[in-house]
Design a protein around this ligand. Structure first.
Ligand SMILES: Nc1nc2c(c(=O)[nH]1)N[C@H]1C(S)=C(S)[C@@H](COP(=O)(O)OP(=O)(O)OC[C@H]3O[C@@H](n4cnc5c(=O)[nH]c(N)nc54)[C@H](O)[C@@H]3O)O[C@H]1N2
Ligand SMILES: Nc1nc2c(c(=O)[nH]1)N[C@H]1C(S)=C(S)[C@@H](COP(=O)(O)OP(=O)(O)OC[C@H]3O[C@@H](n4cnc5c(=O)[nH]c(N)nc54)[C@H](O)[C@@H]3O)O[C@H]1N2
Ligand code: SF4
Ligand SMILES: [Mo]
Length: 668
């Protein structure tokens, strides 16, 4: 038995983008370890990926194209060949295009793989087809918008910076589950004496490792940030020389906005005691190098973009950007390092086609007209579980006249509703190149094992579809490696200074950061824009989230043992998640006459979902928490948590409002 050790990259939607070493025996991946030579992740992996080979070679992998033979959603299929499958799709699509126009076809994809080619190559195909476009805003578009309203295209701080900070705020992020390598850096800072605060809506698992926890009323963080800044100004804890040199609009902000947010008023809005507010503001204002790690939870509200914009103003007031270890990290954007447009091929689009928001798939499938959606093509996403308003999505997927194709590795809830399923490769079976949104690494990965069964990669399927639809553009007839090369050549300014040989060899390379990048503000004014004249609200202010007419806010947050709806194929990880629990404060349970361990139903105007009640002091009054997304086969009832969430969008950037949801609870 010959054993080979090959390099690869974790393909999942996680900021860490770890380097992997894969032991391959006879074409099978037998062991996965972290790559100790990876400059940032240095050989450690999370509990999900230490046995990635169990996902790759899972007995549940889809290995053949499948055609529906039973009712929609019943999960009855027969195996067909790839030729039959592709021909069937092309025939149906040609009919739909001639009867309704190509906009009656809707692609749906998100982040099953983060590889730049496999993730984006479908866009070239669907632009050429003239299909409706998908606004891919389920995750954190509002966060990106809020950051950019203040900082423009300024580069995010390197995550190693946090090691030098003496005061760290983990704001709306459960790094123990979702960003473990940042947590390593936080721990190192802590060893050197840094004080760490967590600001969240409940004591999430990361609370165990911090010094102070602030529980904020869901959706009210904007008011909290304004309250902190009010105190900073009142106490003179601002960095006036930094402000004079680098900040636009401080005086207006100080005089027109901050007086409206005194501590007692902010305490009422946020539910945070005035003393704690004062302590937090004093700690932040007196720190030598305060650092904020800002998660996405708080951006998924009706006021999410404004909340992020407001928090992003904080480091400017204390001059944190000018100090090693200071600043604020939301996401790292290195999209400009690659020629991504050479893969997404906007230029193939015949005209500006209709845009459908991915958070409103339910409406799109049930209410959209002129033309209605007659075909849905889902790849590397599982909207029946991850997207809001599950009942409306399922109503749409049940439509007899909707032709649904799902390209997947597993029989997900979405795949069950397909008319035709195509088996997808895992990341070990196809080549790609990976950027990261948590560090500055770039890494190319080759396929390290042959495809499992008859699985094909996203790019290979779009090539077959292009051929069957009669597309002649040479773009569609290139190998995956040739497409990767399009991204790298001609080299963007960022790539001019990296070790290309190392990249081609499959090792991670760090994109170089310019000197003084933390005080080089890439905004129209070249300053940090507290006042932004291009915004309809030129100055940040607080307004309320949507909420619902129900008593409890519902947080549906990530679990360490799954990633969105991925990893539900792993029995040992499912066992660690135990069950779909609904965490509740004992006092709230008492007033509802509910007991620990009891089966309950959370409900609102959109749906009803069964949970097992778990009483815990970690959740404050008026808040409920469920950790992890489950496939429906692993929950108690027939619906999962997104039957409760809404299709409403954020204030800016058309993001999801997955946490801006209220429910009531009753015994099952
Ligand atoms: N209630 C609630 N809902 C949420 C969230 C939440 O916190 N609460 N989180 C939201 C967030 S932040 C996000 S980003 C979205 C994520 O939503 P998605 O991007 O849909 O993520 P996954 O659920 O991981 O589903 C990805 C699917 O892609 C498949 N896949 C993996 N690799 C490939 C491949 O190479 N090709 C193909 N064709 N398929 C592949 C996997 O098997 C998996 O079933 O979910 C959102 N939904
Ligand atoms: N293990 C694991 N890792 C993951 C994922 C996963 O599902 N599992 N998902 C991946 C994806 S797609 C993403 S986008 C990232 C997400 O990662 P992050 O953006 O870092 O956010 P999360 O860790 O999801 O934590 C969200 C936190 O926000 C809190 N929160 C909700 N509402 C509010 C509010 O109004 N105010 C405040 N202050 N806090 C609030 C929640 O309680 C929760 O603790 O993680 C990625 N990594
Ligand atoms: S999911 Fe995140 S932490 Fe886990 S191996 Fe992948 S990149 Fe690393
Ligand atoms: Mo996400």
């Amino acid at each position: 038995m010959k054993s080979d050790l090959k390099r690869s990259v974790c393909p999942y939607d996680c900021p860490d983008t770890c380097g992997l070493l894969v032991e391959v025996v006879d074409g099978q991946a037998v062991k996965i370890t972290g790559d100790p030579e990876h400059p940032y992740t240095r050989g450690t992996l999370c509990p999900k990926m230490v046995h990635y080979e169990r996902t790759v070679h899972s007995p549940q992998r889809l290995t053949n194209p499948l055609l529906r033979i039973g009712e929609k959603g019943a999960g009855q299929f027969k195996a067909i060949t790839w030729d039959e499958g592709i021909q069937h799709i092309a025939d149906r699509w040609k009919g739909i295009v001639s009867d309704y126009g190509a906009e009656a076809i809707l692609p749906y994809s998100y982040a099953g793989t983060m590889g730049v080619v496999q993730r984006n190559c479908g866009e070239g195909f669907f632009h050429r087809l003239g299909a409706s476009r998908l606004a891919r805003t389920i995750c954190s578009s509002a966060k990106g918008y809020g950051w950019a309203a203040v900082m423009g295209e300024t580069l995010a701080p390197h995550p190693e910076e946090v090691k030098q900070s003496d005061f760290i705020i983990l704001w709306g992020t459960n790094v123990l589950a979702t960003n473990i390598h940042l947590l390593h850096n936080v721990r190192e800072a802590k060893k050197r004496g840094a004080i760490v605060w967590l600001i969240d809506t409940y004591e999430n698992p990361t609370a165990q490792i911090v010094d102070k926890v602030v529980l904020v009323r869901p959706g009210s963080d904007g008011a909290l940030a304004l309250g902190i800044m009010h105190i900073l100004v009142r106490e003179g804890l601002i960095d006036q020389p930094f402000i004079d040199r680098y900040v636009q609009g401080f005086e207006q902000f100080r005089d027109d906005v901050l007086p409206d947010y005194p501590p007692d008023k902010v305490s009422q809005i946020t539910g945070i005691e005035v003393n704690l507010l004062e302590e937090l503001a004093a700690g932040y204002g007196n720190a030598l190098a305060p650092f904020i790690s800002l998660g996405s939870g708080l951006c998924r509200y009706g006021n999410g973009a404004m909340t992020v914009r407001t928090i992003t103003c904080l480091p400017a007031l204390v001059g944190a950007w000018g100090k090693p270890g200071g600043g604020l990290l939301t996401s790292i954007s290195t999209s400009k390092a690659l020629n991504t447009r050479r893969v997404t091929r906007e230029d193939f689009s015949p005209k500006s086609t209709r845009i459908v928001n991915m958070n409103q798939l339910g409406y799109a499938l049930t209410e959209l007209a002129k033309p209605p959606i007659m075909s849905l093509y889902v790849y590397h996403s599982n909207p029946a579980i991850v997207a809001p308003d599950q009942n409306m999505i399922i109503k749409g997927l049940r439509r007899e006249d909707l032709f649904t194709v799902v390209h997947e590795r597993f029989m997900t809830d979405t795949a069950r509703y397909a008319d035709l399923i195509l088996p997808a490769t895992s990341s070990l079976e196809h080549p790609d190149i990976y950027r990261s949104y948590g560090h500055y690494g770039l890494q190319r990965a080759a396929a390290v094992i042959p495809p499992v069964g008859e699985a094909k990669s996203n790019w290979e399927v779009f090539q077959l579809l292009a051929q069957a639809m009669g597309f002649k553009e040479s773009y569609f007839y290139q190998t995956t490696d040739e497409v990767i090369n399009l991204l790298l050549d001609p080299p963007t300014p960022w790539l001019e200074h990296i070790d290309l040989a190392k990249l081609q060899d499959g090792r991670s390379v760090e994109l170089p950061l310019p000197e003084n990048y933390k005080t080089t503000f890439l905004t129209p004014s070249a300053k940090i824009e507290l006042y932004n004249p291009l915004e309809t609200e030129p100055l940040p202010r607080y307004f309320e989230a949507y909420g619902d007419d129900a008593p409890f806010y519902l947080m549906s947050t990530p679990s360490p043992y799954s990633l969105n709806s991925s990893f539900n194929e792993r029995p040992e990880l499912l066992r660690k998640k135990e069950a779909a629990y609904l965490q509740m404060n004992a006092k709230d349970a008492g007033s509802k006459n509910l007991q620990d361990g009891q089966r309950v139903i959370a409900f609102n105007e959109r749906g009803a979902v069964d949970f097992i009640l778990k009483l815990t002091p970690k959740v404050p009054l008026g808040v409920l928490v469920t950790e992890g997304l489950f496939w429906t086969e692993n929950v108690l009832g027939d619906r999962a948590v997104n039957a409760l969430t809404s299709q409403r969008l954020t204030d800016q950037a058309a993001g999801s409002t997955l946490y801006d949801v209220k429910v009531d609870v009753r015994p099952a």
